[in-house]
Design a protein around this ligand. Structure first.
Ligand code: HXC
Ligand code: NAP
Length: 295
């Protein structure tokens, strides 16, 4: 990957990327490994993690380990983090990237549907942050946490309400803990990406090409994001040299949310039949992924 940083920038760093087996997590994991960090990736699909870890390790020569872990389960998170610490010492960085999402009219959601997203994003990200944070505080190690949010933390996420509520919670976690854990040398920042096309997101937010300008129509910069652009920002926040930067959420969206909201407001025009079709499409994507889960 073409990055803006010098080789070896992250030598000695040890970074966990949740949901690092696919999509944006995979891109960030590769960038960290390329710059010399030892990287851990987790997710629920062991085969996906194994394949990604091998691909990145082969491409970069760095240590990349996949650990199957469902971050919705606090005990499983504790086991994973203990395993990482005993593998080679404290992490220096954590990326809260794992997430679930699908578009739906809010009136069509069941409590289980809400929890399917909130348990991953809101609760799961907190469990991982807590398991790492208490160890850093205990040992006095400095660390950087980066959470991957969305721009709808600022203006709301119609048709993605469980995600918007959960990501907004992580935004305030970032600010709260930047203050509470600042005295321990622990920084927390967040990235709010605009559209960076990935299989996982696009399968579940399918009418996006029509509504959010996949081709760049309603993005002032006229295009969607390039993966190395996101990777550069994610590296910057993990590197030494920005130790005074904490508690910030940085949008990287070509000014989309400023110009046109950057959310799914335009889906108000969809009919009942459209929603029926969309739900079916999302369900079949979910079923395919589920079949690969070990946990
Ligand atoms: C309404 C739905 C639904 C839909 C699922 N549910 N899909 N409700 N509309 N389209 C409901 C189900 O009916 C069920 O409730 C409940 O949710 C749980 O469904 P499961 O299939 O059992 O869920 P689970 O196995 O826990 O899977 C979680 C998931 C799935 C979130 C639903 O999509 C997943 O694992 N996703 C991970 C990957 C992912 O989402 N990536 C995209 C991230 S993109 P009932 O009551 O019927 O039992 C992102 C932001 C991108 O976060 C921003 C772009 C700009
Ligand atoms: P993705 O490829 O579907 O990534 C989501 C990852 O999270 C998957 O690897 C998934 O792996 C993992 N995951 C889900 N539930 C988990 C659980 N319970 N425990 C552990 N891991 C879990 O989608 P993406 O587009 O790359 O999204 C990555 C992040 O970017 C998300 O936080 C998303 O909200 C954010 N984002 C993306 C965009 C975009 O345009 N793509 C825009 C804004 C924000 P398993 O299914 O194997 O568990």
């Amino acid at each position: 990957m073409e990055l803006m940083f010098k080789d070896g920038l992250l030598k000695g760093k040890r970074i966990l990327v949740t949901g690092g087996g696919t999509g944006l997590g995979e891109v960030m994991a590769e960038a960290y490994a390329q710059l010399g960090a030892a990287v851990y990736i987790c997710g629920r699909r062991a085969s996906v993690l194994e394949e990604t870890a091998k691909r990145i390790a082969d491409a970069t020569g760095s240590s990349v380990q996949g650990i199957a872990c469902d971050i919705r389960v606090a005990e499983a998170v504790e086991d994973m983090v203990a395993q990482i610490w005993s593998d080679g010492g404290a992490l220096t960085g954590l990326v809260n990237n794992a997430a679930g999402n699908f578009i739906s009219r809010t009136k069509d959601l069941s409590p289980r549907g809400f929890n399917a997203i909130a348990d991953i994003v809101f609760r799961g990200s907190f469990y991982v942050t807590l398991a790492c944070g208490k160890r850093w505080i205990e040992s006095g190690d400095k660390a950087s946490v980066v959470s991957i949010l969305t721009t709808w933390i600022w203006n709301g996420g119609p048709f993605t309400v469980p995600s918007a509520m959960s990501k907004a919670g992580l935004n305030i976690m970032t600010k709260s803990l930047a203050t509470e854990w600042g005295p321990h040398g622990i920084r927390l920042n967040a990235i709010a990406p605009g559209p960076f096309p990935t299989k996982g997101a696009w399968e579940r937010l399918s009418p996006q090409s029509a509504s959010r300008g996949e081709s760049g129509g309603n993005i002032p910069m006229g295009r969607v994001g390039d993966m190395p652009e996101l990777a550069n920002l994610a590296v910057f926040l993990m590197a030494d040299g920005c130790d005074y930067l904490t508690g910030q959420t940085i949008a990287i969206d070509g000014a989309m949310h400023l110009a046109s909201g950057g959310n799914f407001a335009s889906l108000s025009k969809l009919s009942d039949a459209d929603w029926e079709r969309i739900r079916g499409e999302i369900r079949s994507a979910n079923e395919k992924d589920k079949a690969q889960r070990a946990v």
